[in-house]
Structures are given as structure tokens and as C-alpha cells.
Design a binder for this molecule. Structure first.
Ligand code: GDP
Ligand code: IMO
Ligand code: MG
Length: 424
């Protein structure tokens, strides 16, 4: 089983970083395939915490190859910052590889993201993600390989940056950027990272052919997918499993398993409908106990009960073969726990996730309520040692989405992970 995709099954922040770091120990290569520095993946070691944005969460295992795939939107300044931060903490990054085909986030993309979100009100991370992918699709974006051909890049960039300045000045009444200054900065930045740049689809292909184990680390989550998420309150890439093929340049026939990371309750950052959101003290309890504050922006995350309509949808869209259920320990002190099993919309019972936010906004959750376990589970290391009520909750999740769990997390650290089925 050498190729495994890991995706977020909800609206992001499910604990993908923790699970990726855990599985990286058994993998040979970890690949990010989409998103950019909008992602915030936390990895907790015994006495240390790392927040990774662009660099794969396998980087804390020195012998593993870490790949930033062609589908990623790379902010050169941010990646240099992240590399510097890791070097200062003694982390070796010599096994990092960056795709020559990855898109580059330009300063004007970040400015446009900030300006456009004032009216669109998606609540983006302001990392320039939407405008970068929009330019990629419009065929006016720049890829890492373009910057490595200086004369070509100077010419093309001068033209495009001029267009963006006109847009900023004439349409938005904002100051433009100094094109020459931007050019020099980008060329200086590419010089810093150029030794990491390779043809990553080829590298991954060769790894797979050699029988090496590759883990594809999704960023964001299924409901933030540009096609399958809660449009328009989504990100601008494909966090779903299909995105791994495109964003890493690997055919679907190479993929063996798809793990859905599921938080034991639901959170969301940014705007958009959220049927099980709790605006009461239970929501605040989950936020505080689960430390639900954005890893990238520090924003408080919106919190609510687990939603199995979403999980069933995620299982279908991603073809999930396994679940990794995280943050069960956050529910330790709950007397009872609720799971949404269907929605009530204008009197009608919906069991499938609706195609539009117009409907989702009017959906009222239908809950089942289960007994809580009222017990500290954070040091449990074997599935059979979990309280019966915790196992019942997990098994209900499996039943509702039709996928078995392979991993259960009872705390943020590596040793707070229970393995019930081997992944690699
Ligand atoms: P990601 O974006 O999916 O990687 O998730 P984030 O790192 O943004 O948010 C997940 C947060 O929960 C991080 O602070 C993790 O350290 C933490 N975490 C992950 N798994 C567990 C768990 O099982 N229990 C607890 N209490 N915290 C966890
Ligand atoms: P990880 O990988 C949670 C959300 C933003 C906003 C929407 C669009 O840590 O799970 P964008 O900047 O991407 O254009 O914002 O998507 N968002 C995330 N929410 N976790 C993330 O990443 C997210 N990345 C983007 O809050 O609602
Ligand atoms: Mg996160």
C-alpha cells in the first residue's frame, strides 16, 4: 500500500498536521498537493510545537522526502520565513523538494485578496490564495520555473504587474506596486530556494515505482473544496482526494487508500452556513477546551456538534477508505454528546448534503444524543481501553458514514494516537 491520500473531512483544522506527522514515521515521502500558506498544520512534539503552513508536516522526520507539489500556491517570502524558522530550531530541510510547476503568490495577489474580501466577505486568510489560483486558471499566473528564466520572467512580469497596477489604481483606487522593486525581490527570493526546485511529479513517480511509501497531505477540508465545498465560502483549490492526483501529478490508478481526518466535533473559520454551529456556552466550551483558534490567522473558530451528513458526503466525494478521528479527548467532560444525522429543510428531511448554501443556510440539524464518557481518555493507548461510551461514539460515526476508523487521537502529541488498522 504505498500511496495514501490524507484529506480533511470537514471545514479544515481537523488535525491533519498531527496525523501526517504520525504517519510520516512509516512513510518515505510526504507531499502537499494544494493550498498554500492559508493552511496551518500543527505538530506537537514532547516539548515543542510547530505550525507549518507550506512545508509538509513530514519535515520533522529528517530522513523523509518532503514535497511541495505543482498544485500548491507558493508565497516565496513565506516559504523562506518558514525555512528560516525551522533552521533556527535545528530542523534539517535538505530533503525538501519544491515543484518547478507550482504557482507563485505575488504581492499584488495578497493585496487583491485583502481588497476583494471587503466586499465578497468570504473571510479569507488574506494569503493571496484566490487571486493566485484565478490567475493560474486565466493563464496569466507565474510558476516557479518561469522565475528561473530571468529574461523571460522580466518581460512577462513587467507586463502583468503593469496590468495589476492598473486594476488596483483605476478600479480599486489603491496605490500600485513598484514593478522593478517587486522584480528584484522575487529574483532574490527565487535564488534562495532554487536548489530545492525539481520536477516533483517525476520524483514521486520514481518513488512509487521503487516501492517507496508516499503520503499525500491535504490542506483545508472537503467542505472548502472549490467544486464540492460550500461555494462561494470555500478556498480556491481542490482539497479533496481528486486534488491529490492533479496537484501532485500522479494518476488515480497509483492511489491505494484515502484517509479522512475527522474532528470529533465540527469547526469552521470564516463565513458561510454551518448547521450544527453552537452559539451558546457549549460552543464556547468546545472552543476553549479544544483551543479552537486559527493556526494561521488566530481567529476564533466557530464550533458545533459533529455532523454526520457532512461525513457521509466526505466519504463519498473522497472515496474514503479509513477514518482518523481526532480530538475525542475534548469531549471528555460532556454529559452527553450529539451527532447530526440529517437536516430538516422547510419541513423536508434531507439525508444528503445540499448543493447550495442557499439551502444549507436553512437546514436545521436532526440530532441523536449519546451518553458522554465523563472520563479522561488522554492517556489511553489501546482501543479496547477506551471507555465503552467513547467506543460507542466512534462506532456510531463509522456506521453513519460507512467507513471504518484506522486511527484515533486522544491528544495533540505523537504518543496520544491509537492505531487500530495499519496504514503503511
Ligand atoms: P490541521 O490544519 O488539520 O492540521 O489542524 P490544526 O493544526 O489547524 O488544528 C488542530 C489542533 O488540534 C492543533 O492545535 C493540534 O495540535 C490539535 N490536536 C490534534 N489532534 C488532537 C487531539 O486528538 N486532541 C487534542 N486535544 N488536540 C489535538
Ligand atoms: P488547514 O489546512 C480552516 C478558509 C478561510 C476562509 C476560506 C477561504 O489549516 O485546515 P482562503 O484564504 O483559502 O481563500 O480562505 O477558507 N480556510 C481554512 N479554514 N483551515 C484551513 O486550512 C483553511 N484555509 C482556508 O478561513 O473561510
Ligand atoms: Mg489548520
Amino acid at each position: 500500500m504505498p500511496a495514501v491520500i490524507l484529506v480533511g473531512a470537514q471545514w479544515g483544522d481537523e488535525g491533519k498536521g498531527k496525523i501526517t506527522d504520525f504517519l510520516a514515521d512509516q512513510a518515505d515521502c510526504v507531499v502537499r498537493y494544494q493550498g498554500g500558506s492559508n493552511a496551518g498544520h500543527t505538530v506537537e512534539l514532547d516539548h515543542d510545537q510547530f505550525k507549518l503552513h507550506l512545508i509538509p508536516s513530514g519535515i520533522l522526520h529528517p530522513s523523509k522526502t518532503c514535497v511541495i507539489g505543482n498544485g500548491v500556491a507558493v508565497d516565496l517570502g513565506k516559504i523562506i520565513e518558514e525555512l528560516d524558522g525551522l533552521h533556527q530550531r535545528g530542523i534539517d530541510t535538505s530533503n525538501l523538494r519544491i515543484s518547478s510547476r507550482a504557482s507563485v503568490v505575488m504581492p499584488y495577489h495578497k493585496k487583491l485578496d485583502e481588497i476583494e474580501d471587503r466586499t465578497k466577505k468570504i473571510g479569507t486568510t488574506k494569503r493571496g490564495i484566490g487571486p493566485t489560483y484565478a490567475d493560474k486558471i486565466s493563464r496569466v499566473g507565474f510558476r516557479i520555473c518561469d522565475l528561473l528564466h530571468e529574461e523571460y520572467f522580466r518581460q512577462k512580469f513587467t507586463l502583468e504587474a503593469g496590468n495589476k497596477n492598473r486594476l488596483l489604481q483605476k478600479f480599486y483606487g489603491e496605490p500600485g506596486f513598484d514593478v522593478e522593486e517587486m522584480l528584484e525581490q522575487l529574483l532574490a527570493q527565487i535564488a534562495v530556494i532554487k536548489d530545492y526546485v525539481v520536477d516533483t511529479p517525476l520524483l514521486i513517480h520514481r518513488d512509487l515505482k521503487a516501492g517507496r511509501k508516499v503520503l499525500f497531505e491535504g490542506a483545508q477540508g472537503t467542505l472548502l473544496d472549490i467544486d464540492h465545498g460550500t461555494y462561494p465560502y470555500v478556498t480556491s483549490s481542490y482539497p479533496t482526494a481528486g486534488g491529490a492526483c492533479v496537484g501532485a501529478g500522479i494518476g488515480p490508478t497509483e492511489m491505494d487508500r484515502v484517509i479522512g481526518v475527522v474532528k470529533a466535533y465540527t469547526t469552521r473559520v470564516g463565513e458561510g452556513p454551518f448547521p450544527t454551529e453552537l452559539l451558546d456556552e457549549t460552543g464556547e466550551f468546545l472552543r476553549q477546551r479544544g483551543a479552537e483558534f486559527g493556526t494561521t490567522t488566530g481567529r476564533p473558530r466557530r464550533c458545533g456538534w459533529l455532523d454526520a451528513v457532512i461525513l457521509r458526503y466526505a466519504a463519498r466525494i473522497n472515496g474514503l477508505t479509513d477514518l482518523a478521528i481526532t480530538k475525542l479527548d475534548v469531549l471528555d467532560t460532556c454529559q452527553t454528546v450529539k451527532i447530526c444525522v440529517a437536516y430538516r429543510y422547510k419541513g423536508e428531511l434531507l439525508t444528503e448534503f445540499p448543493d447550495t448554501d442557499i439551502v444549507l443556510a436553512g437546514c436545521v440539524p436532526e440530532y441523536i444524543e449519546m451518553p458522554g464518557w465523563n472520563q479522561d481518555i488522554s492517556s489511553v493507548t489501546a482501543y479496547r481501553d477506551l471507555p465503552a461510551a467513547t467506543r460507542d461514539y466512534i462506532e456510531k460515526i463509522e456506521e453513519l458514514c460507512g467507513v471504518k476508523q484506522a486511527l484515533v487521537a486522544v491528544g495533540p502529541k505523537r504518543d496520544q494516537t491509537i492505531v487500530t488498522r495499519k496504514i503503511f
